[in-house]
Write a new protein. Structure first.
Length: 209
């Protein structure tokens, strides 16, 4: 497993905040994740992998849509995985170094996690490596940072009252998963051929939140 300082700090942060994440943030993200899961469930498959599964938010939806398939969730945070549903078979794993055989997975989900990687392409290449021929990868990310006058006023108000600075471990890499289409406000969904990026004939579905 890759063990750089920033990755460990990020995992530690999610360990600390796992309960709050499960109760308040995971239900919000699930709404978008359910759409992606349904789009990937276009044919019977044997093996499905949820990379960055966190507290297993999408696991019930994956079990339902991929009935009879082996569904596994992986994450770097022990604390998050400890709160995953009882039926989950979680594993602590790094998206950049997955402990799965080449060409062994039919569907891969990467929901709201790619922007945590210093080099998102490393994660995409690793997902491509484990996908079977004609497998599919679904990626879900934000449409952009929250930039508004109200947000600026809110942050200035926090600063004026001595609020604790943002946790550096929470820093994301949204600019590294941006595309001209995403930044230009094009249609919310784009279908690309992953082969054009990484080689091979695997579909890549991109959806922005």
């Amino acid at each position: 497993m890759i063990g750089d300082d920033r990755t460990r700090e990020l995992a530690d942060r999610y360990d600390r905040d796992a309960s709050a994440y499960r109760d308040h943030w995971a239900p919000v993200l699930r709404k978008a994740g359910m759409v992606l899961v349904r789009e990937l469930a276009d044919a019977p498959v044997e093996r499905v992998l949820d990379i960055g599964t966190g507290v297993g938010t999408l696991m019930p939806d994956l079990w339902r849509e991929f009935h009879g398939a082996s569904v596994v969730g992986v994450d770097r945070s022990h604390g998050m995985l400890a709160l995953a549903p009882d039926m989950t078979r979680p594993a602590v794993m790094d998206a950049r170094q997955l402990a799965f055989r080449t060409a062994s997975i039919d569907r891969v989900v990467m929901a709201f996690m790619l922007f945590h990687l210093d080099d998102p392409m490393t994660g995409l290449r690793e997902a491509r490596r484990i996908l079977r021929d004609r497998g599919r990868l679904g990626v879900l990310t934000w449409g952009g940072e929250l930039n508004s006058k109200a947000n600026d006023v809110w942050l200035a108000h926090l600063d004026s009252h001595g609020a604790v600075p943002p946790d550096p471990a929470a820093e994301t890499r949204h600019e590294r998963v941006d595309t001209p289409e995403k930044n230009g406000g094009a249609a919310a969904r784009r279908r690309l051929r992953l082969g054009a990026l990484l080689g091979g004939g695997t579909d890549l579905g991109l959806r922005r939140g």
